[in-house]
Design a protein around this ligand. Sequence first.
Ligand code: CDP
Ligand code: CDP
Length: 220
Amino acid sequence: MAKKLVVAIDGPAGAGKSTVAQLAAKKLGYTYIDTGAMYRAVAWKTLKAGEPVTDEKILATVKDIKVALRYEAGMTKVFVDGEEVTDEIRTPAVSAVVSQVARLGPVREKMVEQQREMAAAGGVLMDGRDIATHVLPAADVKIFLTASLEERAGRRWKEMKEKGYAMTLEELRADIARRDKADSEREISPLVQAEDAELLDTTGMSIEEVVDAITGRCRV
Ligand code: CDP
Ligand code: CDP
């Protein structure tokens, strides 16, 4: 039987991480772990306490939150305290505050501990911002997935339009650029390409081409 690898995929917003990681996991028979969904889950619950989102509210929320990811038939379902929030965590309101939530140490510590437990068995593809640098530094395969800001914003705009959100391309470009900046400049585990990660620029590449590029690096 082929060795079950641990695959780390990092990169900025809209690079295609979750789409291609999910498809590649299916092809390889691996489990896909969407770490961004976990930070979104904390942001979603914090928002329920009312705006504005403050560090105090975030820290109170993370204390007793139970975030669970269930990966079934190639799809990830997200639960907060037993309630399914798979769609709710993808709204523009959550995207607007998630980087503020994800910069705090106690939030990251709790999520990272859970992420490492989930990866312990091997045969996993995990995506996020700090997987290769911090969560799974001993991963067998490390990929830094990116694409031009223009292309990433365009992809997200198309996706949000299909979901029925009336956001302009300019608004999405601004949201992505602001989030990338916050994620790259934060003190704890910032978004950065690991020294031993391979850069994969997907500008102009189809989803299938990227999936093939990733699975091709996971054959042992
Ligand atoms: O899908 P999209 O690229 O918009 O974002 P995501 O992967 O769902 O992640 C949402 C946010 O969570 C990011 O903008 C980061 O602030 C945070 N995040 C993080 O800090 N570390 C991770 N490993 C994954 C996500
Ligand atoms: O997880 P991340 O934020 O990196 O990106 P995503 O949510 O997987 O992808 C953002 C959008 O780009 C989705 O609607 C994908 O279908 C699309 N996409 C694409 O058009 N071409 C690619 N090569 C990869 C993703």
